[in-house]
Design a protein around this ligand. Structure first.
Ligand code: HPA
Length: 254
């Protein structure tokens, strides 16, 4: 089984060698241009994965809307990925969540509007199948269970379910927008998971995400005024996703 891990917020601050044995680094040539670099990591506790920082390796080089997701996902398949984990900073919308906690989303509300969200451009011949939604959600329940188990094993407070709303960015949302997403059932807001999750689905690669709460969403600041976009976000994201490599696949889905 080959696993790919996509890192978001603060991934570019990581000293990878502090967390795993660092191997080969590859930039993949794809029909959609060069991918972001992928670095092979072997976790000290076992298991290995190809890791890629979406926003750059040396500071914020690309905001969410400018990540070349098609190249990155095509590259993941070329590397043989049969599972994809990602982590991302998010703002919290739902009551009861606070900064530093985590959520493993089980559904997605896509409010992006200017992103190329498919490999299917001109109908036939298409390189992939158009996505059906047999489970009602684009997230894989087995991989979600492994992320939740990894969080529990590491003592992190993590909500095992929740809807992620994906906004276009890079601006933050208005209070009215967040209120509307909250009425629509969203627990957390971010700018990253669409179209990554849809492209993984088109390629048939199971996908799950670990959302790390960096702030309360606009209009929810009275609940918790802290903001944490610091290096610790990436450290938690990498540690949990590497730990998930060691959780047995038969872990009970939730
Ligand atoms: N909104 C959108 N994306 C985010 C936020 C937010 O409040 N926090 C982290 N990513």
């Amino acid at each position: 089984m080959t696993t790919v891990i996509f890192g978001g917020t603060a991934a570019y601050h990581l000293k990878l060698a502090d967390h795993a044995i660092v191997g080969e680094r590859r930039v993949m040539d794809t029909p959609y241009g060069d991918s972001a670099p992928f670095v092979h990591l072997t976790a000290f506790s076992g298991g290995s994965a190809w890791f890629s920082s979406r926003h750059g390796e040396d500071g914020l080089q690309r905001t969410a809307a400018f990540v070349n997701h098609r190249a990155n996902l095509w590259a993941a398949r070329a590397l043989g990925a049969s599972a994809i984990y990602s982590w991302n900073g998010v703002g919290a919308i739902a009551a009861g969540l606070s900064v530093g906690q985590m959520v493993v989303p089980d559904d997605l509300l896509d409010m992006t509007r200017a992103r190329v969200g498919s490999f299917v451009e001109n109908g036939s011949p298409s390189p992939v199948e158009v996505v059906d939604m047999p489970a009602g959600s684009p997230f894989d329940s087995g991989l979600r269970a492994r992320l939740n188990a990894a969080c529990a094993a590491m003592g992190f407070v993590c909500a095992s379910h929740g809807t992620y709303v994906c906004t276009e960015g890079p601006r933050l949302e208005s209070a009215a927008e967040i209120a509307m997403y909250g009425w629509g059932g969203a627990a957390v807001v971010g700018m990253t998971l669409s179209p990554e999750v849809w492209l993984a689905a088109e390629l048939g690669i199971p996908y799950a995400s670990l959302c790390i709460i960096t702030n309360m969403a606009t209009g929810r600041w009275h609940l918790d005024s802290r903001r944490d976009f610091g290096p610790g976000v990436g450290v938690k994201g990498l540690q949990v996703t590497l730990a998930a490599l060691n959780i047995p696949p038969e872990t009970e889905a939730n």
